[in-house]
Write a protein that binds this ligand. Structure first.
Ligand code: HEM
Length: 206
């Protein structure tokens, strides 16, 4: 156990598991609503709408769990970005990901209890959790509860703009998920980080 670091407390693991399942449901139901042929849908349209609305609603509560957890526990400090020297740190991490890792160099920012995210992870996790997620909620909720109100008050264009922003952020979150899953394979073994987010213990690696 001496080589293992306890990095993912229970609340973060619970939040993350629910978050992952709900976002996958939202991506599948969202894609089904947007692209499927009405006569031959991937899933029945009304079913996709219900799954999307219910998952989105639960995700908001799960997100509040994340925000509260990060506020009351020490986990939040991992999301506080030190702007001084950030570009330099990002470049060093980028060089490692694109070159150093293949030359078996040691990671420039090894995982420690004080700093569990490397600079690229820190910036992407911050952007995802504190920028993209709030925007997707703030565009989804008005469309769910007051679509007619938005149309009446601000016109159809306002609804269209809200919808486009929502879909764009959904697209960016889907891209994040793909890249996130790929980078999670960069552990001591390809499956090590996946084990960590279930057990809480990090096993070494990048
Ligand atoms: C099948 C879906 C997913 C899997 C298998 C997965 C896997 C993992 C793993 C292995 C880690 C720990 C390694 C690391 O910190 O890089 C992690 C952490 C994290 N994941 Fe995911 N993830 C998934 C979906 C998501 C989604 C959809 C989001 C956000 C929209 C997300 C956001 C995060 C964040 C913010 C952390 C750091 C949590 C913390 O320690 O504070 N993940 N994920």
């Amino acid at each position: 156990m001496e080589n293992k670091l306890y990095l993912y407390p229970g609340l973060i693991r619970l939040w993350h598991a629910l978050n992952a399942v709900l976002i996958i449901l939202l991506i599948i139901s969202g894609l089904s609503m947007q692209y499927s042929d009405p006569l031959n849908p991937l899933f029945r349209f009304d079913l996709a709408v219900s799954v999307h609305n219910i998952s989105g609603f639960i995700l908001i509560f799960d997100y509040l769990l994340f925000i509260i957890g990060n506020t009351i526990s020490k986990n939040g400090r991992h999301y506080r970005i030190q702007l001084k020297g950030l570009t330099h740190r990002l470049v060093a991490q980028f060089r490692y990901y694109t070159y150093g890792i293949f030359k078996h160099e040691t990671a420039p920012f090894p995982v420690t209890k004080k700093m569990k995210f490397n600079p690229i992870q820190q910036v992407t996790y911050f952007m995802t959790m504190y920028v993209l997620m709030p925007i997707i909620f703030l565009t989804g909720l008005p469309m769910l509860f007051s679509g007619a109100f938005i149309r009446q008050l601000l016109g159809s264009d306002a609804f269209f703009v809200t919808d486009i922003i929502h879909i764009t952020i959904g697209f960016l979150l889907s891209i994040f998920l793909i890249i996130h899953l790929y980078f999670c394979t960069f552990g001591a073994k390809p499956y090590s980080n996946f084990k960590s987010i279930v057990t809480g213990y990090h096993e070494g690696g990048h």
